[in-house]
Design a protein around this ligand. Structure first.
Ligand code: AHM
Ligand code: MG
Length: 338
């Protein structure tokens, strides 16, 4: 069977309507090429001398791994000169990266977590890249792009995706017309369409949460997980399975494939009050993808995509996945407030 490539998929959407402009297509293809390079670098592991820490800290106070920084550089270099962007922002950079004057400026902004799941890098467990594309505001086109221009709600995203570097290297993409999955053919180097319309089953009996944080959780999360653990005899009247990979990309990819509910909730620690995951380049792109696949994404009570960001690196509680289960978790939160 002759399968479509990423380019064909995007060209079809470019011809079909407004969702993909030539500039956006070029941008997505460039990001996909960078992900291929990151995947290649990741796969070299110890042979490439890329494992281990650099000893530096990023803006979030996290120790940077060599691969965090290398992946960030790969994405910056690949996307700087193509003419689709005005600026970029990343988990690994304190502030925004403006496209240098020597290159043409485009109409879009790119945000990314260059290598998500950093704690899994050195142990050879799946990791990934997450990205989000916004339009640069009209007003910014006559002046320098500023950080505030990036602070748009997730509903403004024009495209989002993730690459997962696992047993297979895959790219999962939405341009707001459903979600498509591409597998990297390592022999030809081609992103090849392998799932034309990914959909998340509405019901599930599988949850993903870091249980070691249980003592810090807010009451609704604790109640929900207690009820899951009670199984068939409990109020949910079914047995639940649990998975936690500690790479959001890999956990979300499992949910995209067979359903489930993923939670990194706010908790009561001083460092957990706002959640762990970052809104702009982790929660927003993943929420866009999950919603486009028929799932749902909330911070416990509210839709993540409606959040008006106030800072580039702001954090948010995340509950996403199979629709009926996310509705249930939201119910526990809303009931708690009544
Ligand atoms: P990172 O972007 O620094 O890798 O952090 C985000 C990751 C997510 O991929 C994952 O869901 C979570 O952190 C795991 O956290 P924990 O180690 O607390 O379970
Ligand atoms: Mg991350």
């Amino acid at each position: 069977m002759k399968r479509k490539t990423l380019t064909q998929y995007l060209v079809e959407r470019q011809r079909g309507g407004q969702a993909v402009t030539a500039e956006l297509r070029l941008l997505i293809e460039t990001v996909a090429r960078a992900c291929k390079a990151i995947g290649h670098t990741v796969s070299k592991g110890a042979l490439g001398g890329v494992l281990g820490s650099l000893g530096t800290e990023n803006v979030q106070g996290e120790i940077q791994k060599k691969l965090d920084v290398l992946s960030n550089e790969i994405l910056l270099e690949a996307n700087e000169w193509g003419g689709s962007l005005m600026g970029m922002a990343s988990e690994e950079m304190e502030t925004i990266h403006r496209i240098p004057n020597e290159y043409p400026q485009g109409g879009y902004l790119l945000l990314f977590d260059p290598l998500d799941g950093s704690s899994n890098i050195d142990v050879n467990v799946s990791i990934g890249t997450i990205f989000s594309v916004l339009r640069a505001p009209e007003a910014a086109k006559t002046r320098r792009i500023e950080e505030v221009d990036f602070l748009q709600p997730g509903t403004s995203q024009v495209a989002a995706g993730y690459a997962v570097y696992g047993p297979q290297t895959m790219l999962v993409l939405t341009v707001g017309e459903g979600v498509a999955g591409f597998t990297l053919d390592s022999e030809t180097g081609t992103w090849t369409l392998t799932s034309e319309k990914m959909t998340i089953p509405e019901d599930t009996s599988e949850f993903a949460i870091n249980m070691s944080n249980m003592r810090h959780w807010e009451a609704p999360v604790k109640r929900y997980i207690d009820d899951c653990l009670a199984g068939e005899a409990g109020p949910l009247a079914k047995n639940f399975n649990m998975r936690w990979i500690a790479s959001m990309v890999a956990d979300v990819h499992r949910i995209m494939t067979r359903g489930g509910v993923f939670m990194y909730p706010r908790d009561q620690r001083p460092t957990g009050k706002k959640g762990k995951l970052r809104l702009m380049y982790e929660a927003n792109p993943m929420s866009f993808i999950v919603e486009q696949a028929g799932g749902m994404a909330t911070d416990g009570e509210r839709r993540i995509l409606d959040t008006q960001p106030s800072a580039l690196h702001q954090r948010v509680g995340v509950v996403l996945g199979s629709k009926n289960e996310v509705v249930r978790v939201r119910g526990y939160h809303l009931k708690g407030q009544a």
